[in-house]
Design a protein around this ligand. Structure first.
Ligand code: FE2
Length: 287
């Protein structure tokens, strides 16, 4: 039976979360779940995550994995909340330690904060195979947007591409965060586009033009034919020049500072201070 996939769009961050499963009653993986965050009020909420919980209950699924494609800079992860409610193992690529190292320094995190990825339940090695119930999956290391980006190939039939490719008319992810590298992103994208033309690609975000609604799925063939940044025929030098120039004109995502300091903790909030209150930090004039 082919893998089933359900997409959940968070309109606030333009993020797609997914549930991947074999059939009703089977095991499943939840990918890139969003914790709502109201930056003005400093409040978290679980409206988006609760939509996923309702779907999991409705289809009688057992959560085996909570997969992160990377440490996101535009939303906080709901993985710890979902693990508490539904179970499952929180997993990310093993290069997350590089990202933790950079942001531990930037945020001057507590000395005990480990930069070995141990906040996560599982760290994927590049090309590690794993199972979601009976579905075969492979964790593909696709650095470039960040050093730790992963894409998840399911059943040789679909790939959750994370922040590599966007929809063909939108292009590709930025490479200007710490540790980002446009040369690496080009190589990662060519790796994804080497799969058969019929393989379905599911994006992490869509930023659609006014002329269409948000979408989450394309194919390898469509991307090779008409991705505005990396269709066949665009070489590495041309891609890197385009990406570098575009990135120089982009502002920082609204939630970068709140999101990244939570997501390097696998989505856990920082430890409460001695008054019982949890705080996020804003480093001034550093980004
Ligand atoms: Fe991202």
């Amino acid at each position: 039976m082919p893998a089933q996939i359900e997409a959940f769009l968070d309109p606030a961050s333009s993020t797609y979360s997914y549930v991947v499963y074999e059939a009703d009653g089977s095991q499943c993986a939840i990918v890139d779940p969003v914790l709502d965050y109201d930056a003005a009020g400093g409040r978290t909420a679980t409206v988006q995550a609760d939509r996923i919980i309702a779907f999991v209950h409705e289809h009688h699924l057992q959560v085996q994995w909570l997969l992160e494609t990377h440490a996101h800079a535009d939303h906080l992860s709901a993985a710890p909340y979902l693990r508490r409610e539904l179970g499952g193992k929180i997993a990310i690529g093993q290069s997350i330690s590089n990202v933790q190292h950079v942001f531990k320094a930037l945020f001057n995190l507590e000395p005990q904060f480990a930069v070995d990825g141990s906040q996560f339940d599982h760290l994927f090695a590049p090309d590690e195979s794993f199972l979601i119930g009976n579905l075969r999956a492979t964790a593909l290391h696709v650095p470039g947007h960040t050093p730790a980006d992963m894409a998840y190939l399911i059943d040789d039939d679909l790939i959750l591409v994370g922040d590599t490719l966007f929809m063909p008319d939108v292009g590709t992810a930025r490479c200007d965060f710490p540790g980002g590298n446009a040369h690496q992103l080009y190589a990662s994208i060519r790796k994804l586009l080497a799969f058969p033309a019929s393989v379905r690609l599911y994006v992490c975000h869509d930023y659609p033009p006014d002329s269409r609604d948000a979408q989450c799925q394309s194919t390898v063939g469509e991307q090779r034919q008409r991705n505005v940044h990396v269709h066949d025929g665009i070489d590495e030098a041309a891609f890197v020049a385009m990406r570098t120039q575009r990135d120089a004109g982009l502002g920082m995502p609204n939630l970068l500072l709140p999101a990244i300091q939570v997501n390097v903790r696998a989505g856990h909030l920082p430890p409460a201070e001695d008054n019982g209150v949890t705080y996020l930090k804003i480093p001034l004039n550093k980004m």
